[in-house]
Design a protein around this ligand. Structure first.
Ligand SMILES: NC(=O)c1ccc[n+]([C@@H]2O[C@H](COP(=O)([O-])OP(=O)(O)OC[C@H]3O[C@@H](n4cnc5c(N)ncnc54)[C@H](OP(=O)(O)O)[C@@H]3O)[C@@H](O)[C@H]2O)c1
Ligand SMILES: *[C@@H]1O[C@H](CO)[C@@H](O)[C@H](O)[C@H]1NC(C)=O
Ligand SMILES: *[C@@H]1O[C@H](CO)[C@@H](O)[C@H](O)[C@H]1NC(C)=O
Length: 320
């Protein structure tokens, strides 16, 4: 009797594992002549996506903050395709401008696929970007907004280009407040807690979806966003600085192996969005597990408002 229970439980766990790690991109293409620009590709989901697209012969530009880690990925890429590494710190507008200048020097005429993948999650203390925006909003959204805007001429130069934003299910935990986009009311006190840190992360990820929705309207370039799933990457590097949360995460390690995706599995929806036939790719769409899903709070008015807000803040950096 007990044996049957155990077998039953094992099968259930296995099915759960298959369900949680599911969503496989089945599309393979020869991307010879196509150019992919991807941020945060020195580790995690971005690295796997870059390698897979490299395997399909695309020219890959990896824009990374930590260029020592970036160089290791570049070495791997160089074995399979033409690839370049550019330094990029998305938490500094000047670095973003410099990155685009460095890209210009490569004399690559177009970008076919821009993947806004880099991201920071849940810092334990209130942190800001170089220009004093809350770290997650400033990096995940504003940084990618500026980068995308500066790369628009290259996206327009490609015949059928697209922007792919790596967002998150965490966007459902958000309360975007344009009056206090930086959560400044919690900044200088003990009020800053994991709760607000995660809310600010959710906000920045909602912004990625809204940004995608608005890109095509403004520029006539297709854009989509996605949730990669729960993936075992370095994304929790800020969270593990909290001893309590770290202990909890160590405790649940077996469950992470069971329920979390590997980086390669986590890259599947990014690949789906990058490789989907141009006519089939849903403009402004939000994907998860390689399928189109409905983000629950994103709407056109909010997307427009965020665009105008971001555009206004970035004006000095958007000029030539
Ligand atoms: N893992 C998950 O379960 C999960 C779930 C939902 C969404 N996501 C999203 O997936 C994306 C990729 O994350 P991941 O899971 O692969 O995490 P990861 O392993 O921590 O990778 C994050 C990447 O972002 C880069 N990055 C962070 N801050 C940056 C900055 N200021 N400038 C430039 N690059 C910066 C990191 O570069 P450095 O190494 O140089 O710091 C790293 O390459 C993120 O946008 C994340 O929000 C992940
Ligand atoms: C990449 O290019 C090589 C050489 O032209 C070709 O043999 C190979 O099939 C291509 N890879 C893919 C995935 O199409
Ligand atoms: C990607 O995110 C950026 C930053 O939030 C946003 O400006 C852009 O419109 C988004 N694009 C897509 C395709 O989601």
């Amino acid at each position: 009797m007990l044996i049957f229970y155990l077998i039953g439980i094992a099968i259930l766990l296995w099915l759960l594992h298959v369900y949680m790690t599911g969503g496989v991109c089945k599309i393979k293409k020869d991307l010879t002549g196509k150019v992919v620009f991807i941020t945060g590709a020195n580790t995690g989901i971005g690295k796997e996506a870059a390698l897979q697209l490299g395997n399909m012969n695309a020219t890959i530009i990896i824009a990374c903050r930590d260029t020592i880690k970036g160089q290791q990925v570049l070495d791997q890429l160089n074995k399979i395709t033409k690839a370049y590494l550019i330094q990029l710190d998305l938490s500094c507008f000047n670095s973003i401008k410099q990155c685009v200048e460095d890209f210009k020097k490569l004399k690559i005429p177009q970008i076919d696929i821009l993947i806004n993948n880099a991201g920071v999650m849940a810092p334990q203390t209130y942190k800001t970007t170089k220009q004093s925006y809350e770290l997650q909003f400033g990096t995940n959204h504003l940084g990618h907004f500026l980068l995308t805007e500066l790369l628009i001429p290259y996206l327009k130069a490609a015949e059928q280009s697209r922007v792919v934003n790596v967002s998150s299910l965490a966007h459902k935990q958000s309360n975007l407040d344009f009056q206090d986009i930086n959560y400044a009311q919690y900044a200088n006190s003990k009020l800053w807690s994991i709760k607000y840190s995660l809310l600010a992360y959710g906000n920045s990820k909602l912004c990625n979806i809204l940004h995608a929705m608005e890109i095509s309207k403004r520029h006539g370039i297709k854009a989509c966003s996605l949730h990669p799933g729960a993936v075992r990457t370095e994304l929790l590097r800020e969270i593990v600085k909290n001893p309590l949360l770290n202990a909890f995460l160590i405790l649940i390690t077996p469950f992470k192996l069971l329920l979390f995706k590997s980086s390669l599995q986590g890259a599947q929806t990014t690949l789906q969005c990058a490789l989907e036939d141009y006519d089939k790719l849903v403009d402004g769409g939000y994907y998860s597990d390689c399928k189109l899903k409905q983000p629950n709070i994103a709407n056109k008015q909010l997307a427009e408002k965020l665009w105008e807000f971001s555009d206004e803040k970035l004006k000095p950096y958007l000029q030539k």
